[in-house]
Design a protein around this ligand. Sequence first.
Ligand code: ATP
Length: 378
Amino acid sequence: MTEKVYEIAVLKGDGIGPEVVDEALKVLEVVQQSGGPACHFETHPCGATCYLEQGDPLPVATVEACRQADAVLLGAMGLPHVRWPDGTEMRPQVDLRFKLDLYAGVRPIYLYAASHTPLQGLEAGDIDMIILRENVEGLFASMNAGIELHGEVAVDTMVITRLGTERVVRYAFELAQERGRDPMMVTCVDKANIFRSMAFFRGIYDQVAGDYPEIKRDYAYVDAMALYLVQRPQHYDVMVSENMYGDILSDLAAGLVGGMGMAPSGDIGPDAGVFQPSHGTAPDIAGQGIANPVGTILSAAMMLKWLGGRFDDIQAREGARRIEAAVRRVMQVPGAGTPDLGGRMTTWSARPISKARCSTTQATSARVRSSSLYRSTA
Ligand code: ATP
């Protein structure tokens, strides 16, 4: 039987996007060299820079390549000075969620070292939760389609559908089951005391929860959840919310475990998976070599895990496990990490590695440098 070669579409994007994606690619190459799954990486243009060059931040050919690929690895997109005529920034990564129906925004939040959190008295592993963000409706349904009336009134609408809510809530319960914590728990985060749409969301949560009697139900209003996340983050297992609430809470939660550079994500749909760090393009630090690549490296691990499940591939699942183990190990070293973690490392390290086993198209430079992360796993 010939070995499966995964086709991975790589969308590096803008700002620190290319910097962090290059590090994740190096890690994936090392995983492959040591018996992991084989991948073929192909880079495609996308983002604000692409708009400046080609007049389109998300070319049709790039979307088609993402559809054809087994998975997509994405950096970050958008630049503050590149905007649509209405003043909004370009968000092709969000457009891609709609085009590929990536309804489940999976955002794991894990504390790798006590020194990463501003909270006191927590150890590595004490924060371990997943924020599941509905990705294609909610308040983002109005994206690029809000209404402004005569320069006096502007309206964006919260859209909650039965189908959209049912499938994301079910995904949350499946995730909790897969994690198997004691107790397993799914927290419904909403604002059901005020908004009709949110009461509807909660009602559907209750219906789906009925199919999972072994999993504890839990409820919080989104404003209270901002408080609880700071006061007792250890309490949470999986939480599910509409799009905008999940967007805000996942940034807050990233701040509890070291910042945006430590937060991976996977945007999952029925036929596609796009994996990217939760952060944006961070123009304030782009080009300085200090962007933290860990969130992107962990996103690459999520990608392998997802491919492993989808194709029933033990090698891919094992590759994911090894990357996660490597991150855990490196993060325990005192002083390890980029400046956002209080460390002095750069985004890359200078030790060259041997030529990768996998083939790449445009994806990586001929001279592949080693990543600080896999150095200590070798
Ligand atoms: P977006 O709206 O596109 O998600 P954002 O407005 O939330 O983006 P980010 O680009 O994520 O903003 O940056 C927020 C802050 O986090 C900035 O101070 C940035 O420097 C920092 N940051 C983001 N990503 C990283 C990273 N990988 N390493 C270090 N710092 C980062």
